[in-house]
Write a protein of this length. Structure first.
Length: 269
């Protein structure tokens, strides 16, 4: 019997409802196979024979226990260095030259996954602003990818987007047992802080930001959840701050408190 046939409609609805309530992701029926394949190893790990039994175990676990494991497995974490380069060009050529140095320049990578986006921003700020005051935070709902982001250690086939001067200045090439990998330079890692956050819930008190990246995330949510998440994040922008989303996303019908600067780039009114 194939994996997906073990996941009953009842069990699928249970996981679907759980993920929507806790994360905001609304799984379509077409995702039934994906849910089954990603959670099947947890059934084997616990010696269970049904997804209904696993759901009960997961539901009754602590928030940082099996419940977090399931969320980690069922959320998508796809990213790479200097993704959508026009956003970085806009920061370098337009935003940063006009910045007045009366406080730290702050950026939030609000769905940072394994850290490539946050470190891309860090390389840019280190290059343009140097030792002047700037801060970057990255957040994600997945505890697993946050741990990876904090390490700043990547395999070489994930670094194609990094400009060669940045590779030489901010990255260390692994040798011997670390051959084929890259480590973000320590002084840069120390200027980027990562933490776990659920964007659907009340956001932590992290202050205000000049730029917030929320790219390629809204596509996973329904309209009410998009409106909630965007509203909460925009409240964390300084007046005139910038909000970046992915090229397959829009804010039309989601929020009207920003003005469009360029496609996928918005400014808080």
């Amino acid at each position: 019997m194939s994996i997906e046939n073990h996941l009953s409609d009842k069990a699928f609805l249970s996981f679907k409802t759980f993920m929507y309530d806790h994360v905001g992701i609304d799984f379509s029926p077409e995702k039934k196979t994906l849910i089954a394949s990603r959670l099947n190893k947890r059934l084997r790990h616990h010696g269970l024979t049904s997804f209904d039994d696993y759901f009960q175990l997961m539901k009754n676990s602590p928030a940082d226990g099996e419940m977090q494991v399931a969320i980690d497995l069922l959320t998508t974490n796809e990213t790479y260095f200097f993704r959508e380069i026009k956003h970085f060009d806009f920061m370098r050529n337009t935003l940063l030259p006009s910045w007045r140095e009366d406080r730290p320049f702050r950026v939030w990578s609000a769905a940072s996954s394994s850290g490539e986006e946050a470190y891309s921003i860090a390389m840019l700020l280190a290059d343009v602003l140097g030792r002047r005051a700037w801060e970057i935070i990255g957040s994600d709902i997945s505890r697993r990818v946050i741990k990876k982001a904090q390490q700043g250690h990547y395999i070489m086939n994930r670094i194609d987007g990094i400009p060669k001067p940045y590779l030489q200045k901010y990255c260390l090439k692994g040798i011997e047992e670390y051959d084929g990998t890259l480590l973000i330079e320590k002084s840069l890692r120390q200027r980027v802080n990562f933490f776990q956050a659920n964007l659907k819930q009340t956001l932590p008190n992290v202050g205000l930001f000049d730029v917030i990246f929320l790219r390629n995330v809204l596509i996973y949510f329904d309209l009410p959840t998009k409106q909630l998440i965007v509203k909460q994040l925009l409240e964390k922008l300084v007046p005139g701050g910038y909000f970046f989303i992915g090229h397959s996303e829009t804010l039309k019908g989601i929020n009207d408190t920003v003005k469009t600067v360029l496609p996928t780039m918005f400014q808080r009114k």
